[in-house]
Write a protein that binds this ligand. Sequence first.
Ligand code: ASP
Length: 304
Amino acid sequence: MISIAIHGGAGVISRDQLGPDDGAAYRAGLAEALDAGYAVLEAGGSSLDAVTTAVRLLEDNPLFNAGKGAVLAHDGYAELDASIMDGRNLSAGAVTGLRHVKNPIDLARRVMEQSPHVFLSGSGAEEFALTQGITLVPNEYFVTPTRKRQLQRVLQGQTQPKNELSGLGTVGAVAVDKSGNVAAATSTGGMTNKRWGRIGDAPVIGAGTYANNASCAVSSTGHGEYFIRSVVAYDICALVEYRGWSLERAAKSVVHEKLVQRGGEGGVIAVDPKGNVVMEFNSPGMFRGMRDSSGQRQIAIYEK
Ligand code: ASP
């Protein structure tokens, strides 16, 4: 069975914040990415291509906190992180602190496929991007009026109005293809008002992203500091591999027990090589979607 799942960030999401159309634009953005990724799988493409396609579209969508529309750091710049992993052979690529790479997921993939390294940062990563012909843009390309307002509010110590979403919207995708290979990808602007080169979980292999054909593929979203310490994506795969747990049991245990006990809010999407999909979160909502070859297709925002 082929399947794909995507997320567009977890956190406090209420019907008040999404307005009378109930987040129609978010749902449309999720549907576009989900169906584009699924089309890759259906045409016999790889899970790596499917997750790259889905994440790239979410990066281009200004509603989500990745690529265009990323949240802003303390100094007002967008600073982007991304990672990708191939479950066939555990190859992985990750980038952090980018200010000019239009699609960070494309650069993470080049790091995986075209460099001898796994994790590149800042100006060095962008120098590598130049050697790869990756599209670079001025930082203003990423900056939207909404994210500017959110940063101003945080800097002035104001609280977020109840009818507006805060800085959530990290994106990710996981998929399994016709050959049973799994892959995962995650991309984010991190947290509003981050400083000192702060790096969240999204580009950290094992925390934000992990994929192994022996267990599963996972992409995380939530409070990155907690997800790094809990090595969330790897922990779920390890429970599946070493304990023989189902994907659902492993994801539930990490998201609803371990993370909750430690105070970490957020969620994950995951698939296993058989095509099982889970989308678990301990926050009020998570933008998410899944589709598989048994005919299931779901786009959802709030708790089940
Ligand atoms: N996990 C991301 C980070 O901490 C943020 C998020 O998913 O909302 O950078």
